[in-house]
Design a protein around this ligand. Structure first.
Ligand code: DAK
Length: 250
């Protein structure tokens, strides 16, 4: 099991545990995560959901690049849909969701955190959307949610350059709500406070706050198409081969 649920009274903590790959998401882990989130969305006894990573190095270091390097355009769309569903469940389930970011939150990891209603980071956390350096783009809602959370200017800088940010900068640009150590303890404190509020009012508040025109489907489509490019193949392969990518522009 790589997506584990623990209960703390009415708070459910979901821990992604694939530490040998810094909790990067392969199909098995992402499917388990999606299934646990589906269950928690329908479970009235879980009033708040906290998402975190196992160990002290990573929240989620992204989608599994080695797995993705073998994907064709159609498979990439399916893979994209799975990640989109997980992020959408975090964003839309009728109860608050909190990311306790205990280390690297890169690529798909940052996108899962962006799906959550609240984000808290440990002082060692590093967040970012480095997909551009792999010849691809954020594909699990990052282009839309990062802009919504931090503003278009910050989102463009972070997505176009791929530059990761440390916890303090993440706080300054509004990417996280607070920096706290130990971060899970802080997230649990907030979660317990939310669990004591009216679930009905929380559900409605969350639904209203989320009202906005969506362009997420477009992102999913374009991401899949990008997988047919030589540059995506090169960027993803170069990571596995531990060498800098040589992009050719097609
Ligand atoms: N995937 C696979 N393995 C990973 C990984 C990842 N994202 N991140 C780390 N690992 C593995 C490393 O390969 C290494 O395994 P071994 O080589 O020892 O077997 C192990 O975890 C420890 O990592 P390092 O040795 O690299 O540790 P360091 O402290 O030196 O560096 C690091 C830590 C986080 C800076 C580095 O590992 C790194 O740069 N990792 C990659 C981060 C990244 O680029 N993440 C974004 C991935 S792209 C889609 C939509 C969205 C996406 C995909 C599809 N569709 C719509 C289809 C999302 C894309 C992404 O998330």
């Amino acid at each position: 099991m790589t997506a584990i649920v623990d209960r703390h009274d009415a708070v459910a903590v979901v821990t992604i545990d694939r530490q040998e790959a810094l909790n990067a998401l392969n199909v098995e882990t992402l499917t388990e995560l999606r299934d646990r989130l589906r269950e928690l969305a329908d479970d009235d006894s879980a009033r708040v959901v906290v998402l975190t990573g196992a160990g002290d190095r990573a929240f989620v270091a992204g989608a599994d690049i080695k797995y993705m390097s073998g994907l064709g355009a159609e498979e990439a769309k399916e893979w994209g849909a799975l990640g989109h569903e997980a992020a959408r469940l975090l964003e839309e389930m009728p109860k608050p969701t909190i990311a306790a970011i205990n280390g690297f939150a890169l690529g798909g990891g940052c996108e899962l955190a962006l799906g959550c209603d609240l984000r808290y980071a440990s002082s060692k956390a590093r967040l970012g959307q480095p997909e551009i350096d792999l010849g691809i783009v954020p594909g699990w809602g990052g282009t839309q949610r990062l802009a919504r959370v931090c503003g278009l200017g910050i989102a463009k800088e972070l997505i176009l350059t791929g530059r990761p940010v440390e916890a303090e900068e993440a706080l300054r640009v509004g990417l996280v709500n607070a920096v706290a150590d130990p971060v899970l303890e802080h997230a649990l404190e907030v979660a317990q406070k939310l669990a004591a509020k009216s679930p009905v009012a929380l559900r409605v508040a969350k639904r209203l706050l989320n009202l906005s025109p969506g362009a997420l489907e477009r992102e999913a489509d374009e991401f899949g198409d990008l997988f047919a490019s030589e540059d995506a193949r090169e960027g993803l392969t170069a990571f596995a081969e531990k060498r800098p990518p040589r992009f050719v522009g097609r």
